[in-house]
Design a protein around this ligand. Structure first.
Ligand code: GDP
Ligand code: MG
Length: 304
């Protein structure tokens, strides 16, 4: 089935399947347009005629608090991988888009390897109009990029909060980035990510305290049944980057993480189904009156 997308596109370009064909044959502009339709929820796997991708380790979520160096590390990975002949796509997800406009300007500056490199495609995704739907859009975007011959798709989040965990839980593998000065104690915020992370990278190894930060993380992980590998690296000096780039290409999924990941995916699908109810605005209106509680509404309206 062919679906029309947006009125801004003329003629044959209106068809996502046409855009998809053009994107597959290497047209970056068509890929960008198709991804806009994906971001707006205007296309699906079905309408593009593709099945959801098999998990093969090629879609990697990169999460961690703002400022730890995720974008800089990704920039280094882009250089390393593209010089080995790989094509890499990056999806930068910005759930705080009302403030930044989803443009991630700072990140664009930091991803220097992306500029004018035909083997790199960087795309930012805003969650603005997508309550609960973002992870689904990211899944489709990553699948589309893989179809367009990108060997690795990196998904970068702006932070490491609950909504970011939701987004990266759709990736095949999850990398948590840490940095010294933050790593002194494993904070509550990270508990959920640590359960999901297949690897922890302590970035800024050029700074004092990075060894201690890594040691603290390793000792905090001792209680975990399947602790992920912890790697020290520096996006500034490139120390550890080759090793990181190598390991990420063959990183095994952490045993036991499937359940935690399935849980996040279920919650995502659940949110998305709830928030896309036709009567969602009436439901929300009814909850604004003080005698209706959300808990009661759920009990009355959702049965299992
Ligand atoms: N010393 C040092 N600074 C770094 C390193 N990696 C990133 N930074 C700095 O950390 C800041 C945040 O980096 P950025 O990649 O934007 O972090 P993000 O918010 O996690 O994406 C920037 O000022 C970088 O220059 C590193 O390996 N060593
Ligand atoms: Mg960043």
């Amino acid at each position: 089935m062919k679906v029309e997308i947006g009125s801004g596109l003329a003629g044959r370009e209106r068809l996502p399947t046409t855009l998809f064909e053009q994107a597959i044959s290497g047209n970056r502009r068509s890929l960008a347009k198709l991804l806009t339709a994906v971001e707006n929820g205007e296309v699906s796997h079905d309408s593009l005629g593709i099945s959801p991708r098999e998990v093969d380790g090629s879609v990697i979520g990169v999460t961690g608090a703002p400022g730890v160096g995720k974008s800089c590390l990704i920039d280094r990975l882009l250089s390393t991988w593209t010089s080995n002949g790989l094509k890499i796509a990056v999806i930068a997800v910005d759930p705080s888009s009302p403030l930044t406009g989803g443009a991630l300007l700072g990140d664009r500056v930091r991803m220097e390897s992306a500029d004018n490199n035909p083997n790199v495609f960087v795309r930012s995704f805003a969650t603005r109009n997508q309550p609960g739907g973002m992870p689904n859009a990211v899944v489709l975007a990553a699948d589309v990029m893989r179809h367009c011959d990108y060997d690795v798709v990196l998904i970068e989040t702006v932070g490491a909060g609950q909504s970011e965990i939701r987004v990266v839980s759709v990736a095949d593998r999850i990398v948590l980035v840490e940095a010294p000065l933050r790593g002194d104690e494993v904070q509550a915020e990270k508990a959920g990510v640590i359960e999901l992370a297949d690897m922890i990278v302590v970035n800024k190894s050029d700074l004092e305290g990075s060894d201690r930060a890594a040691a603290n993380i390793i000792s905090a992980l001792e209680v975990a049944s399947n602790p992920p590998p912890v790697l020290l690296a520096s996006a500034k000096t490139s120390e550890g980057i080759e090793e990181l780039a190598d390991q990420l290409r063959t990183l095994p999924a952490k045993p036991g993480a499937e359940l935690a990941r399935a849980r996040e995916r279920l919650l995502t699908a659940w949110d998305s189904a709830l928030l896309s109810r036709k009567d969602i605005n009436e439901v929300l209106d009814s909850l604004t009156s003080s005698d209706n509680s959300a808990q009661e509404w759920v009990e009355k309206n959702l049965r299992w």
